[in-house]
Write a protein of this length. Structure first.
Length: 152
């Protein structure tokens, strides 16, 4: 089914961006700055970098855990891969948003959703377009796809 393949692709692209931990710390700091708009940052630079590093590390760890659970359910326990990918994404998104919500001390959960979208899916969009032209991201995508079973 095409929906299951699409969701597998979303999970693969999300995992490849979220798990590049030392590289995506500046991406998280930039996403935080973009999410504020014209307002000034209300914390010191060291605090921003510390929050960005720890939050990015936790999101990367959560991503690896979700991919591991997806792998175990689909490959070892032989659950249908498509519904497993849906459940994995449904479990991944709220916890990742909550991590960013807590670490950046937001007062509204939708601010965490905004930050997560800017942090993960803006780079995914840029990399997707560049990969369509050049194809440089394919080895990393194939590596991640090896752990996520294709839907039947």
């Amino acid at each position: 089914m095409e929906l299951y393949n699409f969701l597998r692709g979303v999970l693969v692209w999300t995992a490849t961006v979220a798990c590049l931990w030392p590289v995506n710390v500046p991406l998280l700091a930039l996403a935080y700055r973009i999410s504020l708009g014209p307002k000034p940052i209300e914390m010191e630079k060291d605090e921003l970098w510390t929050r960005s590093a720890v939050a990015a590390l936790l999101v990367a760890g959560w991503t690896l855990l979700i991919v591991l659970v997806d792998y175990l359910l689909a490959d070892w326990f032989e659950f249908p891969a498509g519904p497993v990918h849906i459940v994995a994404l449904m479990g991944y998104f709220p916890v990742a948003v909550w991590i960013l919500f807590v670490f950046f001390a937001y007062t509204d959960l939708l601010e965490g959703v905004t930050l997560f979208t800017l942090y993960i899916y803006l780079p995914v969009f840029v990399l997707y377009v560049l990969n369509a032209i050049v194809g440089f991201w394919n080895p990393l995508l194939r590596f991640a796809q090896g752990y996520l079973k294709a839907p039947a």
